[in-house]
Design a protein around this ligand. Sequence first.
Ligand code: CMX
Ligand code: CO
Length: 150
Amino acid sequence: MLTRIDHIGIACFDLDKTVEFYRATYGFEVFHSEINEEQGVREAMLKINETSDGGASYLQLLEPIREDSAVGKWMAKNGEGVHHIAFGTADVDTDSEAIRDKGVRVLYEQPRRGSMDSRITFLHPKDCHGVLTELVTAADPAAHKGEEDH
Ligand code: CMX
Ligand code: CO
């Protein structure tokens, strides 16, 4: 069951400047940052609020580290902006299979590693009314108390 908005993924040209904008304008601080080589991004997670399912909602700021990455390709066409939304679930495997059975293209055969050791998959935007949609199962939240990996 999808129980929260886990994050909104926002593509940016300069992660440090964008982090500073969110800090100076809204007071949001970086909760976690990392480089995800497989996804081709440098990213910062800004925690906005805890949620009633024991998880949290974040903004995920994304700077591409390769032009041919998903975010790099998207930015070449669209510039900066909202790239995807992500719903949180306790069981990404079951939920993504159920959604696949409804005829929506799930992009990965098996969920892959996402931010903070979460497990993630994506639904094709063309099957979701133009919205690239991610499903996320968080790792044990106690394992990531706002540390910086990189
Ligand atoms: N939102 C909405 N539509 C999108 C989109 C997005 N983020 N990305 C691509 N599209 C649309 C394109 O506009 C294009 O539409 P048209 O044919 O009408 O022009 C169509 O989808 C195909 O796009 P493309 O530019 O040819 O790109 P690809 O098909 O090579 O890749 C996708 C699209 C969704 C398969 C790819 O971006 C992907 O695999 N995404 C999942 C991984 C990802 O996004 N990782 C980064 C985030 C990591 C994280 O969240 O942790
Ligand atoms: Co994401």
